[in-house]
Ligand binder design. Structure first.
Ligand code: NAD
Length: 244
């Protein structure tokens, strides 16, 4: 498929996991892709790579400006960089709340602010935010993380309303448990990683974790020409988890 031919895309958090799979898929389908990441060293050609921290507005502005100059414009933003947090409201101190909100919520706002002027100039503008089923599913031990993703969900709806008349569509994906390096790190930290993985898989209605490629496919749908009338939606890619 070459449905992204001529499209210029920026993927944040594109050096690992869901972002990496998405950057690769968009490139395969013809897009010119720039990746923005804290550590872009794993990114290979033909993808462009820029180092930036989404919590640092100056570094975001600088990297977005460089990426847009090198791409020659911007049509698609995949706002994906994010970090996890575990625990109930009694477990995370204020500074942890501020740190995770700063990456997962304000980070997406900083990236969007830097990209919107360029997206307005595109005839195919789309933003896809990586949200999570944590936004709506009421997961245990994920109070802080869920609150950040609830904010991303509301932000997606608000941005869709604000920018639809400018020709910019804004949607989000809500992945379930995805087999990425992030989940790998969580499993490795468990006393028995293999048993923990088996237990995690058994909790999935499909009996397996979602793949990063499956989330990338949903992101590509929302970013691409086949979803031209779709804005302000959340697409679950959760192996049926939310339906339980
Ligand atoms: P990952 O850890 O494999 O990749 C995240 C990438 O984001 C990394 O390359 C990292 O360097 C980058 N990043 C982190 N903080 C950054 C910062 N401050 N500035 C710039 N880049 C930064 O994680 P993943 O599992 O691929 O997660 C990607 C997104 O998907 C996140 O928003 C996460 O909340 C969401 N998500 C993941 C899962 C899952 O089960 N893995 C489920 C639902 C949603």
């Amino acid at each position: 498929m070459s449905d992204f031919e001529g499209i210029k895309a920026l993927v944040t958090g594109g050096a690992s996991g869901i972002g990496r799979a998405t950057a690769g898929l968009l490139a395969e389908r013809g897009a010119q892709v720039a990746v923005l990441d804290l550590d872009p060293s794993p990114v290979d050609k033909p993808l462009l790579a820029y180092r930036a921290d989404v919590t640092d507005d100056a570094s975001v502005r600088e990297a977005v400006a460089a990426a847009v100059a090198d791409l020659g414009g911007l049509d698609v933003l995949i706002n994906n960089a994010g970090i996890g947090a575990q625990g109930t409201v009694e477990d995370n101190p204020d500074d942890e709340w501020h740190r995770v909100l700063d990456v997962n919520v304000v980070g997406m706002v900083r990236i969007a602010r830097a990209c919107l002027p360029h997206l307005r100039a595109s005839a195919h503008a789309a933003i896809v935010n990586t949200c999570s089923i944590a936004a709506t599913a009421g997961l245990p031990q994920r109070a802080l993380y869920s609150a950040t993703k609830g904010a991303v969900y509301s932000l997606t709806l608000a941005m869709a309303a604000d920018h639809v008349r400018e020709g910019i569509r804004v949607n989000c994906v809500n992945p379930g448990t995805v087999d990425t390096p992030w989940v790998g790190r969580l499993l490795d930290a468990a006393p028995e990683p293999a048993a923990e993985r088996a237990a995690l898989e058994a909790r999935q209605p499909t009996g397996r974790l979602v793949s990063a490629a499956e989330v990338a496919g949903a992101i590509a749908y929302l970013a691409g020409p086949h979803s031209g009338a779709t804005t302000g939606t959340a697409l679950a890619v959760d192996g049926g988890m939310q339906g339980l």
